[in-house]
Design a protein around this ligand. Structure first.
Ligand SMILES: Cc1ncc(COP(=O)(O)O)c(C=O)c1O
Length: 522
């Protein structure tokens, strides 16, 4: 549980030898121990500074020592600087300034700010009797100290810790958009595109409203139309095949390599026919498909390749970044992705000037100038607000990728030492993965999933049904070819929590729980 610290608590701690300092210190260390965050209200900065300076002046007067007002203010600034260094700042929002009708505008501001939090997620730590009497969220140090800690739920992906880390940056970016008001194709979109292109090392990035739309316009830019065949994997998120079907084209599936879950290049050539127009391998779970042999075959048949890199932005293949390996690559900024927005978003990458220009037109209703529609496109632009969020997240992305890889390495080691029946995910020696998912291949998956759930460990299945068996494709089992490895994977894969802020102790508990689930079965 988080704590919003009222000014009186801040003063208790910052003012040396304050009579209430001990209980305030104990409350803050309890919050820290229990993994809560402590917030200071930005609207109260001035009050904190002046009341602290007054307190220091009173102390000096009582002690008979000389202290000027300027010295007291200087000392207060330094004390508050140290105190606030590990705290979160809760910004004062416009509506919270409108409190002058209230008898106590400062308290009313705090109470309004609390409304932003999930119910039960925060308490206002205070020793103000009025607040303690009127605000159900307010709590005194004494009561907080005896409050039973709330059971912490384990998240599959911990976006809250990431947000706490970049909150000032995020707020700055988002507020900038609110002020300039260019909500469509604002400067953040342009900046993001140039930073993403530079990160990947390609000439062009064209952002889109989702990963799905990125794939759709990539196929449109290549002129894919009704009855064209597009080769792809049967083991992916539905969007990969959905966009092919939306254009009236025919998906032709090539089974996966059972170790990497990615399209098996050895089976690719047999699927090519005179009607094949494109190949869409997916870099699943964060590891790139084997693009050298795929590109070599594609080149022989003069076929374009589109990397569905929705899960692999940040990964590398033979030292080259995902999204730089094919004629066009498409990624997703869905919130749970390694680089995730606070809503939908996506991007296409290409080195080809003409394709880039076409992608730009297609994501904007096929416009080549204002209200000049030279082809039929879609409304597929990324919102400026999402671009602003992504810019804040991009600043820490490289560090987060390393943290994901470290967490995966810890899982690998734990699995090798604690599990005899399950292997860590296979990583090709020439690949680095961004571990969009950390996915195990197990027997008795449903039992394992139930057992983990009963211990509060969330899991996910990516994906329980292979694409060729989805009813939307309308293929009867007689019509549909069988893709043995995709079908086996769909029945056996299970992903466990992985994110940059996952702690080793949690990982040990998770792998021990997996071991316990199989303990009676050996
Ligand atoms: C492999 C794959 N392709 C495409 C998509 C579609 O991306 P979006 O959800 O951003 O539309 C996803 C998203 O989950 C995905 O995992």
């Amino acid at each position: 549980m988080d704590l919003l610290l009222d000014v009186n608590i801040v003063l208790d701690i910052c003012q040396p030898r304050h009579p209430f300092a001990d209980s305030a210190h104990l409350a803050l260390s309890k919050c820290h121990r229990e993994g809560g965050r402590m917030w200071l209200y930005a609207g109260a900065v001035q009050t904190m500074l002046y009341l602290l300076a007054n307190g220091l002046l009173d102390d000096a007067r009582r002690a008979g020592t000389a202290l000027s007002r300027a010295e007291a203010l200087g000392r207060s600034r330094r004390l508050l600087q140290v105190f606030s260094a590990d705290k979160q700042w809760l910004s004062a929002l416009a509506g919270e300034g409108d409190v002058f009708a209230d008898d106590d505008p400062e308290n009313e501001q705090l109470v309004r700010a609390l409304d932003r939090f999930k119910e039960g997620g925060i308490r206002l730590l205070t020793r103000d009797d009025r607040l303690l009497g009127s605000c159900t969220t307010a709590i005194s140090c004494a009561d907080y100290l005896v409050l039973a800690p709330r059971a912490q739920s384990l998240e599959f992906i911990d976006l809250a810790t990431q947000q706490a880390l970049i909150r000032p940056r995020l707020e700055r970016q988002v507020h900038r958009v609110l002020h300039h008001g260019q909500y469509i194709m604002g400067p953040e979109v342009i900046e993001l595109e140039s930073r993403l292109a530079a990160t990947v090392g390609v000439k062009h990035c064209v952002t889109t409203s989702s990963g799905t739309d990125a794939l759709l316009i990539a196929l449109m830019a290549l002129g894919i139309k009704r009855d064209d065949e597009v080769i792809t994997t049967p083991f992916s998120f539905f969007a990969t095949v959905e966009v092919i079907l939306l254009l009236g084209a025919i998906p032709v599936f090539v089974d996966i390599d059972p170790r990497t879950y990615n399209l098996d290049p050895n089976k690719l050539e047999a699927a090519i026919t005179p009607r094949t127009r494109a190949i869409v391998p997916v870099s699943l779970y964060g590891q790139c498909a084997d693009f050298d042999p795929i590109n070599a075959i594609a080149a022989r048949y003069k076929l374009p390749v589109i990397e569905d890199a929705a899960q692999s932005f940040g990964a590398t293949y033979k030292g080259r970044p995902s999204c730089s390996l094919t004629m066009i690559a498409c990624t997703s900024f869905y919130p749970a992705k390694p680089l995730g927005a606070y809503g939908d978003g996506g991007a296409c990458f290409t080195d080809d000037d003409e394709i880039a220009a076409r992608l730009s037109r297609l994501r904007d209703h096929g416009q080549s100038g204002r209200y000049r529609h030279t082809e039929v496109g879609i409304n597929g632009r990324l919102d400026t607000l999402q671009a602003a969020v992504l810019l804040a997240k991009l600043d820490i992305f490289a560090t987060e990728v390393l943290a994901r890889q470290c967490a995966a390495a810890r899982y690998d080691a734990l699995i090798r030492s604690l599990l005899s029946n399950i292997a860590p995910p296979y990583l090709e020696p020439w690949c680095t993965s961004v571990y969009a998912q950390y996915t195990l291949n197990v027997e008795n998956r449903a039992e394992l999933q139930n057992m983990l759930q009963s211990k509060g460990i969330p899991t996910a299945i990516h994906y329980p049904t292979p694409l060729h068996s989805q009813s939307a494709l309308g293929l009867s089992s007689a019509e549909s070819r069988s893709f043995t490895h995709a079908e086996t994977a769909a029945a056996r894969v299970i992903s466990v929590p992985l994110h940059p802020y996952l702690e080793e102790a949690t990982q040990i508990a998770i792998i021990r729980a997996v071991a316990a689930a199989y303990a009676g079965k050996r």
